[in-house]
Structure formats: C-alpha cells, structure tokens
Design a protein around this ligand. Structure first.
Ligand SMILES: NC(=O)CC[C@H](N)C(=O)O
Length: 385
C-alpha cells in the first residue's frame, strides 16, 4: 500500500505525494537537477549533503541501483523528489530497486508530485529551504503545518561549513583506477601496471567523489587522500608532486582552515588543481570572493566556454555558490565561463602553477569534453620536475 509523503517549502508551497524511501522527517535546501541519467551518482555525491534533490527527468529508478556507481560510501543527499518511480527496475547491472536503496540507507524520498511546478518555483524564487515528511509522520491534520515548520526551521546553506563534516577522519592511500592513460608515465616505462605511478598527489577530501580519484590514478598518480583540516605543513611533509582540492558540500567562505592551508601551499610552488568547492577555495585563498547563486547549476549538459580557445564544452555541474569574476585579483585570470548565465567556471593563477574548474570534469554523463583538465594537471607536475 502506498504511504503518503509531503514536501513543503519555506515560501509556503506544499506538495502531496507518495513515500518511496524511509519514513520520518528530513529538511534541507531544495535544488533541481536536470540530468537525465546518473541518479545514483547524484545521490551519493557528498556535495549534496543537506540538500534535497529534485530530478526534472520524470522517470527515475528505471535501471535500479548497483554497488559500482556510487561516488562515496553512502547516499549524501538529504532527500529525493521525483515525478514517477517505475514499477520495474530493468538493467543487467541492477542489484536493487531505488526504493529499497533509499529505505536501506534511511533516506526519505517523495514521488508522484508535479516536479515541473516545483522546478518553476525554484527557478523563479531561487533554491528554497524545505522539508519532506513521509509515512506515518505525513498523516494527521497537522502534518502540513509540521512540514512547513520544518522547512522554515532549516537554517540554509549560506555560512554552513560542511567540508570538514563529510571529510575522511584520517589519511588513506588510493590506487583504484587502472593506469592506462599516457600523460602520466615516466618516459621509459609504459602504463603496464608494473611500473610505479610517477606522481604523488595529495588530495584534500572536502567531500571527494571517487571518480575524481580514479581519473587521477588512471593518469599515473599515486594518491594520498587527507582530511579537510590537514595543515599545509603536514601535506608538504608527504612530499607531494601535486595538490588536489576536491569538490564538497556547503559554503566555501567559512572554510577558514582550508583557505589558510591553500594560501600556504600556493607559496611552495607545488602544482595545485581544484574542482568545484576546491575551485571556490582556490579563488578565496587567492583573494577573490564567492557568492550564493539564485538556484545554482545542477545538470549534465551545461555549455561552458574556454575563454582562451573559444571552444565550448558540454559539462556536468553541481554547485550553488560561485567565485565572482568581478572580484578576481591581479594574480587570478578567468579561463572559463558558463554560457547559461555568464558566471565564472574556471580560473588560473598567473604567478603559480595552480588552476581550477567549477564544473565536474570527472563526470561522464555522455560528454567527456572536460576530462583533459586532468591531463593539464599531470603536465604541470611533469614540467615542475
Ligand atoms: N560540487 C561542489 O563541490 C559544490 C561546491 C559548493 N558546495 C557549492 O554548492 O557551490
């Protein structure tokens, strides 16, 4: 039997639907993602911590879920909102239904609501704080009032430091990702899987997605992943060839520990590469400012222009904050811009081997246009030798 669920937004909007995950209450910032594929990667992307994600593609769950397509150890999103959950999951890779997956991880989901109406609200008014009530909690005369109260009680992501909350507790080595791509290997040895990977990269885990680590490993990087609050001195003691700044949830501005460490690391001249939150943190550490966007970028087909070559790339995106181009200091140069709204998508330091990208070059929802950015990082490490 179908169980009821309610989604409420801080603006007073209420949606009645069906519970497809765990019972109970969840709150967070409600955002919409326009990708047609990749719901499992989206749910497990740590950048979605404290966000309730609605997917604009109407049928979600068609291919079930499997143990391979996760970007982290567990679902990170605070809840899922969809139009329609198919009755049957059909794929040779499917191990579980989306509904059982949500329930097994105690994550709430709501289906059978008008996600187009919801998305219009989020586009017009901006991302909204919201709440889902599901199961017995969504019953009773006061259920709507309770949902609205929970939506209004969520403090919002502005000012929220979540990178250190989702980060790993202690350093670990990462080697998954077959070393197949040429750029990384020392001149004599090919990527035969026997030679030692030539570059040691220390990767800050602000909420890192696993495919980023695989992309680096497949280019000949040995990785040491370190907690978000690791001081610069400890990173330098590991003798890195390069430093990677990961994606992650929340507002970059309160991450003082990261901004301070990055500032110190930039002084050493070791190559630095940042993605998404890591990009925003590189900007802040270099003296630029960040802003909260109206509804952000969450999708898999966003056109981004390389300002040097003029080339337009189709990119995967997931961010609600942005480094502001008008605040870039002399030492930072804009390298990429979104063709949707003109916001900054890439920067490089003019005085240091450091660059970053706002979108997700590791995601491959079809297009792989931005993957060469990883090669650029490897080339930088090679050149520094
Ligand atoms: N994917 C990310 O790293 C997101 C960065 C940041 N939390 C934002 O929303 O802008």
């Amino acid at each position: 039997m179908n169980k009821p669920a309610i989604l409420a937004l801080e603006d007073g909007s209420v949606f009645h639907g069906t519970a497809i995950g765990a019972d109970g209450l969840t709150s967070g910032e409600v955002v919409f993602n326009t990708a047609m594929t990749g719901y499992q990667e989206i749910l497990t992307d740590p950048s979605y911590t404290r966000q309730i994600v609605t997917l604009t593609y109407p049928h979600i769950g068609n291919t079930g879920v499997n143990a391979e397509d996760v970007e982290s150890g567990a679902i990170a999103a605070a809840g899922l909102v969809i139009r329609d959950l198919p009755l049957l999951a059909s794929s040779f890779r499917s191990e579980q239904s989306l509904s059982d997956y949500l329930k097994g991880q105690n994550v709430l989901g709501i289906a059978d609501i008008d996600t187009r109406r919801l998305t219009r609200i989020l586009r017009d008014k901006g991302a909204q704080n919201g709440a889902i009530l599901a199961g017995a909690d969504a019953e009773g005369e006061d259920a709507v009032t309770r949902a609205l109260e929970a939506a209004k009680a969520f403090p919002g992501l502005k000012g929220m430091d979540l990178a250190k909350v989702v980060s790993c507790q202690s350093p670990y080595a990462w080697s998954e990702g077959e070393w197949t791509l040429g750029q990384g290997y020392a001149d004599a040895a090919g990527p035969d899987g026997k030679a030692e990977r030539p570059f040691h990269v220390v990767a800050y885990d602000y909420g890192v997605k696993r495919n980023i680590l695989r992309m680096l490993a497949s280019r000949g990087c040995r990785l040491t992943v370190v907690p978000a609050q690791t001081p610069a001195s400890e990173v330098m003691a590991l003798n890195p060839d390069g430093i990677f700044l990961s994606n992650g949830p929340g507002d970059p501005e309160p991450c003082e520990y990261a901004i301070t460490a990055i500032r110190e690391l930039l002084e050493t001249g070791v190559p630095v590469f940042g993605i998404c939150l890591g990009h925003q943190l590189l900007a802040l550490a270099s003296g630029a400012s960040s802003v909260k966007m109206k509804f952000g970028h969450h999708g898999a087909n966003h056109p981004v222009q390389d300002l040097d070559s003029g080339q337009v790339m189709i990119t995967s995106q997931n961010h609600g904050f942005a480094a502001e181009e008008s605040t870039l200091p002399e030492t930072l140069r804009a390298t990429h811009r979104s063709l949707f709204d003109g916001t900054l998508q890439g920067i490089e330091r003019t005085d240091r081997p450091a660059f970053s990208f706002q979108g997700h070059p590791e995601a491959s929802p079809g297009p792989r246009d931005v993957a060469p950015l990883f090669d650029r990082f490897v080339t930088m490490m090679k050149e520094r030798r």
